[in-house]
Design a protein around this ligand. Structure first.
Ligand code: ZN
Ligand code: ZN
Ligand code: ZN
Length: 750
């Protein structure tokens, strides 16, 4: 007689809603094991008995053969007394204290696509086809455990066929919570129009130049024909969107490759289950309207990721603009009622459906650097997957920054960074912020013991955090320190680093606006070792929108006079006089060490951009002007040491710019300027290494979205044998701040 062995196994990670139990079921059958598997609120629990060797192979297969979207964090195994089970069963979910990881929404899989376009399949052209390997997850879940009754699919009763699939452990749709078919599931329609085939009709409307609002996974897109200049211009006008590039959706990889260069790494990201918008270098715009991405060398492109997209793109057979369905600055619209209301002045038609969206979820945006995706906006496909940090901290709520806000909630060594919330500048976004915090607290069973926020007193996120004062410790974290710790945390660095934090603006410890900072940092604190010299920002915030104010202010401060230059033609006489007076008398003129502002000022000086219609526009256009060929020329600068701090002085840099301005093409000046900034940062980092012997460097802050700067600086640092760390899991811009705040807050609070 064979001797039975019994094991109790617990699997932690993203293991629910991803076809994990059917996978275990099949595996158990394969090895002839008996017992059961079930979902708990924190893990998947398995009890098996059978031959010792089979069990061992079963356990090693769990990790090796897991379903494509599952993410196993760890497996715990203990002995159990055999019960002489007769069969292997999938049991009901069990509620218990604890928490589980939740899968992001996933692009439609190959199997479902095959069925979608197979006329013999019962889901032929059914726009809501999905299975355990794909479809909505996070956007429809209201609570854990992830069962149909806890999702927005609870209002649809499955028909007999769907029910059978749902209950069959060997079926691809076993316990696929959003499972549906044309008989029993969500429907698609065009508001106010009676048409046979809403997809065909939408395609026709788009081809005729109309703007259509399309309800998707986590909100609405505004779509139009990207090759139609008029439609693109109209969309810009109606959406009140100046020059900010629109994202495009293209039918397939081959189409993308007609317009853009695609490296193998970029291709991998495009076709990944996350299917984000990828910034790709333009090869040939061809028939695409210049209005899609004015003054830009890159296109933000994604592949279709829902069944509706696939059907629509096949029908239209042209690239479509697919931009978030919102007015600029407001959050993406979520339900149909809201969209009909808020988008009525923008969209001509609405393609709607009756599957409710529980959570707003924008498209993620990435670019590929060093073969790895760098996130610019982290939402669909990525959130709410946590970032693992190198140690456990107290349960902490970090409220993030003002622009591109995300918040972060922590539990054990997991940091749950929210999806992109938006700019906290209006009541709608603030509500979205507050509601989403409540959702994450509920989903991950987190009750914060510490609250962390920025130092800036006027950020709405700071004000939200300060409400907790008196009940919970509120830790205020300097902006650039939070950036650097964010980068350290996601890279699991535990030793001190030289942190180069370059961005637009952040509240400094001395009341000035910081932004060109080099810090020595660890998790216990930081020392400001270097920064750009302080220069005036005449008119404060106004100088960000009108970068020529910075240029005039900088020149006046550095040289005491303003040379006669072409960029001044854009500025009214009167305003020039006012700016000088503001600088002289210090009226409404804060001082800043910001690197972002230096880029703005140079962009204006070269007459590239005199008005910022979106955040960072002058710097983006300056970057785009640069040459593609390698060139090592650069301007001079000076580094002075004052009270132990290196001050980076830019008078010589401006002298160089001024003498080149009439002589060299803007493309060369731009390249030289980028080279200069990289060299200058390298220089000061070398000086700091000499003093401190630290050779780990962390790069963070919005300026590192500038590929020209990032490339150049990383290369220079590596040539000098620095270990360079950049962001891969959260954005380097303010979307990544909350992670750094959370780590510092969670440690300080313990
Ligand atoms: Zn599927
Ligand atoms: Zn059905
Ligand atoms: Zn920042």
């Amino acid at each position: 007689m064979k001797i039975l062995t019994g094991k109790r196994i617990r699997v932690f990670g993203v293991v629910q809603g991803v076809g994990f139990r059917p996978f275990i079921y099949r595996l158990a059958k394969e090895y002839n094991l008996k017992g059961w598997v079930l979902n708990t609120s924190s893990s998947v629990e398995i009890e098996v008995e059978g031959e010792k060797e089979s069990i061992e192979r079963f356990i090693s297969d769990i990790k090796r053969k897991a379903p494509p979207v599952a993410r196993i964090e760890r497996i715990e195994v203990e002995d159990s007394v055999p019960n002489n089970y007769r069969d292997f069963l999938i049991k009901e979910s069990k509620e218990e204290p604890g928490y589980q990881l939740i899968s992001p929404d996933i692009a439609v899989c190959e199997d479902c696509l095959r069925e979608l376009f197979d006329p013999r399949d019962r889901r032929y052209r059914y726009p809501f086809i999905n299975c355990t390997n794909c479809g909505p997850r996070f956007t429809i879940i209201k609570d854990i455990p992830y069962d149909r009754k806890n999702t927005t699919m609870d209002k649809f009763r499955m028909c007999k066929d769907c029910e059978e699939e749902y209950n069959d452990p060997l079926n691809r749709r076993f316990h696929a919570q959003p499972n549906a078919c044309p008989i029993c599931g969500p429907r698609l329609w065009i508001e106010g129009l009676k048409v046979e085939d809403p997809i065909e009709e939408t395609a026709r409307l788009l081809k005729e130049g109309f703007i259509v609002a399309i309800k998707g996974l986590g909100g609405f897109h505004l779509a139009c024909d990207a090759t139609n200049d008029n439609a693109v211009r109209l969309l810009r006008e109606r959406k009140k969107r100046g020059y900010k590039p629109f994202a495009l959706m293209m039918k397939d990889l081959n189409t993308i490759k007609m317009y853009c260069y695609v490296t193998p790494e970029e291709e991998k990201v495009l076709v990944s289950p996350q299917a984000p918008i990828v910034l790709l270098k333009i090869k040939d715009l061809g028939d695409i309207s210049r209005g899609v991405a004015p003054n830009n060398n890159y296109l933000g492109v994604m592949l279709p990721y829902t069944p509706v997209h696939h059907m629509l793109l096949r029908e239209v057979s042209k690239p479509l603009v697919m931009t978030s369905g919102n007015l600029s600055e407001e959050p993406i619209c979520q339900d149909s009622e809201e969209a009909l209301n808020r988008l009525k002045g923008i969209a001509d038609y609405f393609l709607l459906n009756d599957r409710d969206i529980y959570s707003r979820y924008d498209d993620s945006v990435v670019f590929v650097f060093d073969g790895k995706p760098q996130l610019i906006r982290r939402a669909r496909g990525y959130a709410p997957s946590p970032v693992k940090i190198p140690f456990k901290i107290k349960q902490t709520l970090a409220c993030g920054g003002e622009l591109k806000n995300t918040f972060c909630l922590t539990r054990d060594n997991y940091a749950f960074i929210s999806q992109h919330i938006g700019d906290l500048e209006n009541i709608e976004t603030l509500e979205h912020f507050i509601n989403t915090i409540e959702l994450y607290k509920r989903l991950f069973r987190i009750e914060p013991q510490v609250v962390a926020c920025d130092l800036h007193p006027d950020y709405l996120s700071t004000r939200y955090a300060l409400q907790f004062e008196g009940t919970l410790p509120v830790i205020r974290v300097q902006h650039h320190y939070a950036h650097i710790v964010s980068c350290m945390g996601e890279n699991s660095i535990t030793e001190p680093v030289i942190g180069i934090s370059l961005d637009g603006s952040g509240y400094g410890l001395d009341g000035n606006i910081w932004g060109g900072e080099v810090l020595i940092a660890d998790y216990d604190g930081f020392i400001r070792k270097a920064h750009l010299e302080y220069l005036p920002m005449p008119g404060g915030e106004l100088a960000i929108r009108r970068p020529y104010r910075l240029t005039i202010g900088y020149l006046f401060k550095l040289f005491g006079k303003i040379p006669d230059l072409p960029f001044l033609n854009a500025v009214p006489e009167e305003e020039i006089r006012i700016i000088k007076e503001q600088v002289e008398k210090g009226i409404n003129t804060p001082f800043t060490s910001s690197m972002g502002r230096l880029f703005d000022a140079v962009s204006s000086l070269l007459d590239i951009c005199q008005e910022a219609t979106y955040e960072g526009q002058p710097a983006v256009e300056l970057e785009m002007m640069g040459k593609d060929i390698e060139d090592d020329e650069y301007y001079s600068w000076e580094i002075e040491k004052e009270n132990g701090i290196f001050i980076l002085r830019v008078k010589k840099l401006f002298e160089g710019l001024l003498s080149d301005i009439d002589v060299l093409p803007v493309s060369i000046i731009s390249t030289k300027f980028h080279n200069t900034v990289a060299r200058m940062m390298l220089d000061v980092t070398l000086l700091i290494r000499e003093e401190t012997k630290i050779d780990k460097v962390a790069l963070s802050g919005g300026c590192f979205q500038n590929r020209r700067l990032l490339n150049r600086l990383v290369r220079l640092l590596r040539e000098k044998d620095f270990e360079v760390y950049t962001h891969n899991q959260v954005p380097c811009n303010d979307g990544g701040l909350s992670l750094g705040q959370a780590i510092i807050g969670g440690r300080a609070g313990s």
